[in-house]
Design a protein around this ligand. Sequence first.
Ligand SMILES: [Mn+2]
Length: 324
Amino acid sequence: MIATIARELQNNDRFLVATHVNPDGDAIGSLGALALVLEGMGKRVVAYCQDEVPGFLRFLPYADRIIREISGPDHFEVAVVLDCGELDRIGSAVEVLQHVRKIIHIDHHSSSDDFGQINLVRPECSSTAEILYEIFQAIPVSLTPEAAENIYAAILTDTGSFRFANTTPRALAIAAEMVSLGVMPEKVAGEIYDSMSPERIKLLSLSLNTLTLRKNGRVAAMHVSRRMLEETGTRFIDTDGFVNYPRAISSAEIAIFFREMHSSEVNVSLRSRGGLNVAQFARIHGGGGHHNAAACRLQGALSEVVEKILKAAEDFIEHGQPAP
Ligand SMILES: [Mn+2]
């Protein structure tokens, strides 16, 4: 499969590369790495992500060239969809994408659909960037420091700074290789983790005040409302990573972060440690993700969704995992 994709990248000339809405470090890093490698091979590339690149990822080489709208499927021979469990998560470009002759789907989410003509889904990989690295080796291409920085940032963020269970020998070895190619870990970490605006810190402080514990702290949750965003002059994108605060509580087995979206829709981020499979929990509520990191979106007022999901999380912990 790796070899097949390597061949497709070599044998075609006009590529669309795309990733999911609300992009994270793996989404933007994978997009940038693949776009840079394809350009290095002399290919024509359009890189697409519906939503804006979060501030902490804008330093990445290529991030400023990602476009947010595309037209016509005819421009592209191949579309490569990255880090995206369902095609719908591409956002508004889904129409165009469905008409591209060949879709190559590369992902590491365990709940990933087979929506492409070629599907490479490897849940054992730390990140989509790790899978790309293997494809790049199979072509083979040598990576520029710019491509390497994108891969490094993707692995760094998807492993939670090399802390999560997906911090495998392989993930660390690729990260080490990227450093030997010129990536500076101190610079990348500074850009990603120490670049908060004062407004964002104020938003965090409001959100920390909403901390709710259930089941003797085994369930820990926080939320951000539209009003908090208005009050602090921040945006939805500024809540990225907030779920890691309830997750950091020693007793927490499930951490939940609620974000009030527009018109009675709530985004729910879920994290777990160890055995509890939050991807399964998310799927029950119409979402998906990984064993220890997942998300879903529910209709309803913020307070209703919070109560409903907290109750469900308590049951989930109490009764273990329901039959699939
Ligand atoms: Mn990922």
